[in-house]
Design a protein around this ligand. Structure first.
Ligand code: ARG
Length: 470
């Protein structure tokens, strides 16, 4: 029998239950639901709304239910609709009368708004730790490859020389922002909606600050209509997760390119690759492809929730029960991708000779060649034109800037002398970019140290991998 059956003459039919029931997916919030109920029961007791003895019995009963759920001995029922009514029904079956007093001064509407917040606090922390673990791998790879020369691209055309370390730290910076974005999102959702009731609070003398404090919230929601119908904290989180997946997807794309025969900058470990059912030679970067693909799935959750909430009048509407599947799917997806992506990057093998070869072949030191003339007094625009013509000449004569003779250089500009070969040496071009943010050893080491310091606040046991820059 439904908890709310009094007003009705007939039971719901089975088809209605199938659509209406959310227990199949909201049961994962059992712990948060029980912790919320315990805090509520304690407050009802301490404010005298119910007897202390009854409050104690409720708390003991809820704790028992919690251990039984964790022991796997509880079967939830579709009849009882959702996790809130399943637990309340179990409680009353077990402790009788006092169980029926638990829902005093409360509604499922403030209850569900609370449960999701509590659940997300834990999930966000877990994702931040996973991000920190990924950043730690990037720092390790960067420290090991501070001098590994590779081309950097614009328009996917070789542009200027950089190092693998500089490249890794670019992604580390994106991931750090993802982590702090989650922190901001967490800070905004850190308010307790309990006491909002169905929509306009309650006439009982409840103590909202007591339950908020008990449950670890730093403040309470200020408006009850908003508190029970706000889901923008979920949408904001899905926004954060979408941006995070977008970063992983860009990174995946590079991993896929780099492991192709056309690039061959890296070789993925067999553990993170798959074969083809027909082509015996294939080794495919499926982990990166799936991460790229699952990005679409997380975006889908964001768009689903924005669409569900669009045009909903205040306050609670059952449409909002649709928040959970999209949210949980996005969380599960991110939490499945991050650790395997991290392991893939940790165990990939680099092929530095191939990176160096690619860096040597695309005139990526042409900017440095022009800068050389600028240092000899030519305005940059003129220097740019001289070097453009030299590149054109190289392309037609099958040369690179390294293979041109001093005579050919002089034909381009009388300002060239023998020190040009030193000026266009790739390693020197990189180390000359020593300003903040650049690829020089010193600059990249500073970037690594900065990210390593950040990682420590999420992974207290993290040991950084090397020396600080002087
Ligand atoms: N299972 C519901 C949800 O997730 C709980 C709130 C139900 N409230 C109601 N008035 N029907 O949204």
């Amino acid at each position: 029998m439904k908890l709310w059956s009094g007003r009705f003459d007939k039971n719901t039919d089975a088809l209605t239950d199938t659509l209406n029931s959310s227990i199949a997916f909201d049961s994962r919030m059992y712990r948060e639901d029980i912790l919320g109920s315990i805090a509520h029961a304690r407050m009802l007791g301490s404010t005298g709304i119910i007897d202390i003895e009854e409050s104690d019995k409720i708390i003991a009963g809820l704790n028992e239910i919690l251990s039984d759920i964790e022991a796997g001995v509880i079967d939830f029922s579709v009849e009882c609709e959702d996790i809130h009514m399943n637990i309340e029904t179990l409680l009353t079956e077990r402790i009788g009368e006092p169980g029926k007093r638990l829902h005093t001064a409360r509604s499922r509407n403030d209850q569900v708004a609370l449960d999701i917040r509590l659940y997300l606090k834990k999930e966000i922390g877990a994702i931040q730790s996973m991000l920190a673990a990924l950043m730690a791998v990037l720092c390790r790879q960067a420290r090991a490859n501070i001098g590994t020369v590779m081309p950097a691209y614009t328009h996917l055309q070789r542009a200027q020389p950089t190092t693998f370390a500089h490249y890794m730290m670019a992604y580390a910076n994106m991931l750090r922002r993802d982590c702090t974005r989650l922190e901001d999102c967490l800070a905004r959702m850190d308010e307790c909606p309990l006491g909002s009731g169905a929509l306009t609070t309650t006439t009982y003398p409840i103590d909202r600050w007591q339950t908020a404090g008990d449950l670890g919230f730093s403040r309470i929601t200020e408006n009850s209509l908003d508190a029970v119908s706000d889901r923008d904290f979920i949408i904001e989180l899905l926004g954060c997760l979408s941006i995070l997946m977008m970063h992983l997807s860009r990174f995946s794309e590079e991993i896929i390119l780099w492991s192709s025969w056309e690039f061959k900058f890296i070789e993925l470990d067999d553990k993170h690759s798959t074969g083809s059912s027909i082509m015996p030679q294939k080794k495919n970067p499926d982990i990166a492809e799936l991460t790229r693909g699952k990005t679409g799935r997380v975006y889908g959750s964001l768009v689903a929730l924005l669409t569900v909430m669009k045009a909903l009048p205040l306050a609670y509407n059952k449409d909002m029960q649709e928040d959970k599947e999209a949210l949980f799917d996005a969380l599960d997806t991110v939490k499945t991708c991050l650790p395997v992506f991290t392991a893939m990057l940790d165990e990939m093998k680099l092929l530095p000779e191939n990176m160096r070869r690619a860096a040597a072949a695309g005139f990526i030191n042409a900017t440095d060649c022009a800068d050389y003339l600028v240092k000899k007094g030519l305005p940059f625009r003129d220097a740019y034109t001289v070097v453009g013509k030299l590149v054109n000449y190289c392309l037609k004569s099958g040369n690179t800037l390294e293979t041109l003779t001093p005579k050919e250089y002089s034909a381009g500009s009388p300002l060239f002398s023998d020190d040009i070969y030193d000026a266009i040496n790739l390693e020197k071009c990189i180390d000359a970019r020593s300003c903040e943010g650049g690829p020089s050893r010193l600059s990249v080491t500073r970037q690594i140290t900065s990210i390593e310091g950040f990682i420590k606040s999420y992974l207290p046991d993290f040991q950084k991998g090397g020396q600080d820059p002087g």
